[in-house]
Design a protein around this ligand. Structure first.
Ligand SMILES: [Zn+2]
Ligand SMILES: [Zn+2]
Length: 347
């Protein structure tokens, strides 16, 4: 039996319950979780903006240790420290073969498969296939990326969602070049990761925007050169900071029509907006045909940082070791940083 925070119905509140996990099937492993970050998507899942089978154990930004191996698992060993992926690429579908593993058609297979039973005998599902808000979970070995033995496991949890998404948006989707200006809208876990990604990419001006002062201060510590409060004239203030032209890149980490539109308006002619935030399905973003042609700006969505998890986690580990990636500041800085649930076994 493991203890898990179980969300019984969409729009409800999770409660601690006992859960009997299904032992690892062939190709699966059991993980003792060390830590799980609380991602905005957990709120979207609890609130029903994102759909998920219930009852569900949320939490999808996790790290832990392998404690049991299913048949046929050879790439992992008992005791291995791992970070978990919520959209592990299958490596064989059309998108994976195309070199777009973040769009894998089978990435959500584990989201729809019961992974345990509650005390009343009912099925339980692992949130986004991870089920991070529990002391243990069972996942496909393909959703585990092994970490170096000395990597701090609590900080490592953030690699699995916020860092892969934010740093990936900068490197893989926007492809920010040294010296370019980058506007980051929304400074939660993903936005702060985006700021760090822009700094690592050698961006010139990095402008962070958030209504919370504590988040703006943290963004300055993590690499932003300027921070601004949102407001009706935000796009104008950003353009003024960027030689009157506008930013080369805007990376939207909020997922609202208004901020997407502001991001687009704040970029220069020919600039690019990358939408990372996950919004609802009821709002509309509008552009006139004339402005689309005249400004020659572009806009694109970005799923999971357009990541190839194996190479991107390796890159993040390398940057951490080089002192370029500050994970501790994101975990421990209190209000404005990532909330992380830490379990007893944290090592
Ligand atoms: Zn997330
Ligand atoms: Zn695939």
């Amino acid at each position: 039996m493991v203890t898990a925070a179980v969300l019984r119905e969409i729009g409800g509140v999770p409660h601690l319950e006992e859960l009997e996990l299904i032992p690892p099937r062939p190709g699966q492993v059991r993980i003792r979780l060390a830590a799980s970050g609380v991602c905005h998507s957990d709120l979207s899942l609890a609130g029903g903006t994102l759909r998920h089978a219930v009852p569900v154990v949320l939490g999808h930004e996790s790290a832990g240790r392998v404690i049991e191996l299913g048949d046929g698992v050879t790439q992992l060993a008992i005791g291995d420290p791992v970070v978990l992926l919520w959209a592990p690429p299958c490596g064989a579908c059309w998108y994976c073969l195309q070199g777009e593993p973040y769009l894998c058609q089978r990435a959500d297979t584990a989201w729809q498969r019961p992974y345990g039973a509650l005390a009343d005998g009912g099925d339980a599902y692992a949130g986004l296939g991870v089920g991070g808000f529990a002391s243990e979970t069972v996942v496909d070995a393909s959703s585990c990326i092994r970490l170096p033995a000395d990597f701090p496991l609590v900080e490592a949890a953030l690699l699995g969602c916020a860092l892969l998404t934010g740093v990936g948006a900068v490197r893989n989707a926007a492809r920010v070049r040294p010296g370019q200006s980058v506007l980051v809208l929304g400074l939660g876990g993903v936005g702060l990761s985006t700021v760090q990604g822009a700094r690592i990419a050698g961006a010139g001006r990095i402008i962070g925007v958030d209504p919370a002062e504590s988040k703006r201060e943290l963004a300055l510590r993590l690499g932003a050169t300027d921070v601004l409060e949102p407001g009706p004239d935000l796009a104008k203030r950003v353009r003024a900071l960027c030689d009157g032209r506008g930013a080369d890149h805007a990376i939207e980490c909020v997922g609202r029509a208004e901020t997407i539109r502001t991001a687009w308006s704040a970029t220069r002619r020919g600039g690019h907006t990358t939408v990372v935030g996950i919004g609802g399905s009821t709002e509309q973003v509008s552009f006139t045909p004339l402005e689309l042609a005249h400004f020659a700006r572009s806009i694109s969505g970005c799923v999971y940082g357009s990541t190839d998890p194996v190479t991107d986690v390796a890159f993040l580990i390398e940057q951490y070791r080089a002192g370029a990636l500050d994970l501790a500041a994101m975990v421990t800085a209190g209000e404005g940083a990532r909330s992380v649930v830490v379990f007893d076994e944290a090592a």
